[in-house]
Ligand binder design. Structure first.
Ligand SMILES: CC(C)=CCC/C(C)=C/COP(=O)(O)OP(=O)(O)O
Ligand SMILES: O=P(O)(O)OP(=O)(O)O
Ligand SMILES: [Mg+2]
Ligand SMILES: [Mg+2]
Length: 309
């Protein structure tokens, strides 16, 4: 791409005002998630699910899902059930990740972890409940304006992103790698592409599917999200070193304590940051053909590297 065009694209991204956009989208997601999870009998399990879902995460995955759907020409209404499902699944993964059998963490999203409040048995079941409900929610709540064929594709993508070929596989290798100092870059990339990038990719791609993306568009969205997925994890690793508990809402410095090989432990903080920037740049370029319509997804890519929690 010639320099002038490059500058034009950068200016366009810079002129998009992300702050009010994020605030508005976060609010829409909060309301939808709140309404999605009423408390009925047996109250304990619904309260436990709500405790972690409504604890104020950044809502990056649902917002990416809505943004991808809108970029393709769909509406917020079409994508909201899928967006909520992404947040339910993400929250499930955090509840289970924090359990004593996994990372054994006491704080998450600025409050005590689910098992600290409700006990391990209920925390396991809250995760299971959220996971099952996420699929039910997509199928029953997606409006009729979205064909059932698209809904089926979303369900298949979600299942794959979550299972042993995605999140679960990444978590297994992550747990296996703890305390080993000879982890290769290849293994580290495997962990993060599966543990982190798979769900981010599903969020973006499923938003696109709901909105009616062509197979070429899906490929572009997929490459965009693999890049931001890796950048997201690099920044996460940096924040674990540089952030405080107050800022992160979870215990800081855990990777060092757990003797985990991370990107900054291999490359140093500055080089890791530069790598994350390169990945974001590559992600934004993937969407160049969408012109101005890509602004929200491009600004969200930059947000992923500039965030401080
Ligand atoms: C199938 C399961 C349970 C998947 C967990 C996936 C996940 C992204 C966990 C958090 O990673 P982390 O432990 O590296 O980060 P944090 O510091 O947020 O706990
Ligand atoms: O903002 P959160 O709590 O959803 O976490 P993450 O940084 O994994 O998106
Ligand atoms: Mg973990
Ligand atoms: Mg953890």
């Amino acid at each position: 791409m010639v320099a002038a065009e490059n500058l034009q694209k950068m200016t366009e991204t810079a002129t998009f005002n992300l702050k009010p956009y994020l605030k508005e989208r976060q609010q829409l997601c909060e309301t939808a998630l709140d309404q999605a999870l009423p408390v009925i009998y047996p109250e304990k399990i619904y309260e436990s699910m709500r405790y972690s879902v409504l604890a104020g995460g950044k809502r990056v995955r649902p917002i990416l899902c809505l943004a991808a759907c809108e970029m393709i020409g769909g509406t917020i209404e079409m994508a909201m059930p899928t967006a909520c499902a992404m947040e339910m699944i993400h929250t499930m993964s955090l509840i289970h990740d924090d359990l004593p059998a996994m990372d054994n963490d006491d704080y998450r999203r600025g409050r005590l972890t689910n098992h600290k409040v409700y006990g391990e048995n209920i925390a396991i079941l809250a995760g299971d409940g959220l996971l099952a409900y996420a699929f039910e929610f997509v199928v029953t709540q997606t409006p009729e304006t979205v064909s059932r064929e698209r809904v089926l594709k979303v369900v298949a993508r979600l299942g794959k992103a979550l299972g042993a070929a995605g999140l679960v596989g990444g978590q297994v290798v992550d747990l296996d790698s703890e305390g080993k100092l000879d982890i290769s870059l290849e293994t580290l990339n495997f962990i993060h592409n599966h543990k982190t990038a798979a769900l981010l990719e599903a969020s973006v791609v499923c938003g696109g599917i709901v909105g009616g993306a062509s197979s070429e568009d899906i490929e572009r969205l997929s490459r965009y999200s693999q890049n931001i997925g890796l950048a997201f994890q690099i920044i996460d690793d940096i924040l674990d070193i540089t952030g405080t508990q107050e800022q992160l809402g979870k215990t800081a410095g855990k990777d060092l304590i757990a003797k985990k090989v991370t990107y900054p432990s291999l490359w140093g903080i500055e080089e890791s940051r530069a790598k994350a920037q390169q990945l974001v740049q590559a992600a934004c370029e993937e969407l160049a053909t969408f012109g101005k319509l890509a602004q929200p997804l491009q600004a969200l890519a930059h947000f992923i590297t500039s965030r401080n929690n």
